[in-house]
Write a protein that binds this ligand. Structure first.
Ligand code: GAL
Ligand code: CA
Length: 354
């Protein structure tokens, strides 16, 4: 036989083998189940949200090992609820099985809920919490996020602990801590509770506060830097404490102080929330004194797990959810005492497994 004939014969044997294998059929090869998940988010430029989505994509890829073929569409509403309403319609029109929605306007999910309900598509809202009345409109609506009050309390606690053990924070030695507060976004559940509870907790822990200014900076580093620049020119070295609703804005404050040319002893102490890598580095470097980890790995895992369970129509463990609808992951305190456990350790930040 010449080489070509041998090759053909081998191919034939191979083919017969495959057919036989298939016909015997015991070891059937599972065809992956296709799930189409439509994700709508308010603004992908938001750093924390971007990281949450990266983790979610990763979780969806790991589901492939469990026999699912996930196709994911992520749409960005650039902060407009009308745009988001249209995007959700489009994903429904394209046949999505599950929706994950990060509302542009958390008080206005009604169009999305109506459209999803018409097509019997469950929604997992995440990060931007609809009001309870809306979430209870239909039984296939869920929420994955955090209990914002907890982050406010924890931030107040680490700040109080630091201040009470570092008398030099009170630079003008008047017994009060002159502070500014950087607020995330008007009407956002996290901004409202973080502001309220961080301040209440500081006072409860015997820190006497003097409020200099509250500034809205939309979770955004650049905006916070601008606001801080103005406050620095207004108050100079008077500012002793910066409480920020998130790390991006805290890093904006850090940036403002770096550029203002103050020596480190003249900086205020600065606290954030989210546990972003860059903020943890700032804590390590002594430019920030603490942050509260917003567990994006855990939230992404829960979203992916819920999506599959809802797709399968399994009676999933609704009892473990608050009021059968809410999943809140736990925040964690990060400061000088445990920074090394968190820095460069992305995989350790989730405490709960799927
Ligand atoms: C918060 C987070 C902020 C921002 C916001 C967007 O939970 O701490 O950094 O991402 O969500 O909704
Ligand atoms: Ca003081």
């Amino acid at each position: 036989m010449d080489k070509r004939k041998i090759k053909n014969a081998m191919a034939l044997i191979g083919l017969m083998g495959i057919l036989l294998y298939g016909a015997c059929g015991n070891e059937k090869k599972e065809i992956p189940k296709q799930i189409y998940i439509g994700v709508a988010c308010y603004d992908q430029r938001d750093t924390f949200l971007g990281e949450l989505l990266e983790n979610f994509k990763r979780e969806c890829r790991t589901l492939e090992k469990r026999g699912y073929d996930i196709s994911l569409t992520i749409m960005d509403a650039a902060n407009s609820q009308r745009t988001q309403d249209d995007q959700v319609q489009e994903m429904i029109g394209n046949g999505c099985d599950i929706l994950c929605v990060n509302l542009a306007d958390r008080t206005d999910p009604s169009q999305i809920i109506t459209a999803a309900q018409e097509h019997d598509i469950p929604i997992i809202f995440f990060n931007r919490e609809p009001v309870e009345e809306d979430l209870m409109q239909w039984e296939k609506l869920y929420y994955v996020g955090c209990d914002a009050e907890q982050s406010g309390i924890m931030q107040g606690e680490i700040a109080a602990e630091y201040i009470n053990s570092h008398p030099e924070v009170d630079k003008n030695e008047d017994g009060k801590i002159q502070y500014v507060l950087l607020e995330g976004e008007a009407g956002h559940q996290d901004a409202i509770s973080r502001t309220e509870y961080s301040v209440k907790t500081l006072m409860k822990k015997d820190v006497i506060l003097e409020k200099l200014s509250y500034q809205l900076a939309d979770w955004n580093r650049g905006q916070a830097e601008n606001r801080m620049n103005r406050l620095i020119s207004q108050y100079g070295k008077k500012i002793e404490l910066v409480m920020s609703n998130n790390d991006e804005m805290a890093l904006g404050a850090v940036e403002a102080y770096r550029k203002a040319g103050y020596v480190r002893e003249e900086w205020p102490v600065i606290f954030g929330i989210d546990g972003l890598e860059e903020a943890l580095e700032a804590v390590k470097a002594g430019e920030m004194q603490g942050s509260i980890l917003n567990d994006r790995v855990d939230q992404a895992k829960k979203m992916a797990k819920m999506a599959v369970e809802l797709f399968e129509g399994e009676e999933f463990d609704q009892e473990s959810l608050k009021e059968g609808r809410y999943y809140f992951s736990e925040y964690q305190k990060v400061d000088g005492s445990n920074i090394d456990e968190y820095l460069n350790a992305e995989e350790t930040i989730s405490h709960s497994e799927m």
